[in-house]
Design a protein around this ligand. Structure first.
Ligand SMILES: [Cu+2]
Length: 123
């Protein structure tokens, strides 16, 4: 009886550890897929970001004037973003993507997209 009670106690303790681990690990290891770029004072911030393939980048206009987000190679093009408007694009192909604001072409930024994993190098 005493041994059974001890075993039950151990089982409960183990279950608690497993539950605690299960509750913590997914949060800690969840990849940060989304990334935000602020547009403020005619500057994309951060101006250059490096992300993994599959990342969704969201640009948010925190400026008092409208802006757009247009890639140099026409891969993506936002509508005119008024204050607090946002635009999102998911990068699925590794590469370097330069972009600018079509209303203020001196406002530029770059997204560098890396392969999602480094273990399967292309031949
Ligand atoms: Cu602009």
């Amino acid at each position: 009886m005493t041994r059974l009670a001890t075993n039950i106690r151990i089982a409960i303790a183990l279950a608690a550890v497993v539950l605690a681990t299960a509750a913590v690990v997914p949060v800690a290891s969840a990849p940060s897929v989304d990334l935000q770029v602020q547009i403020d004072q005619f500057i994309f911030a951060p101006q250059r970001i490096t992300v993994k393939t599959g990342t969704t980048v969201t640009w948010i206009n925190d400026d008092d004037v409208p802006h757009t987000v247009v890639s140099n190679n026409k891969l993506f093009k936002s509508k005119t973003l008024d204050t607090k408007d946002s635009f999102s694009f998911t990068f699925v192909t590794p590469g370097t993507y330069d972009y600018f604001c079509s209303l203020h072409p001196h406002t530029t930024g770059t997204v560098v997209v890396e392969a999602a994993t480094g273990s399967n190098a292309l031949p």
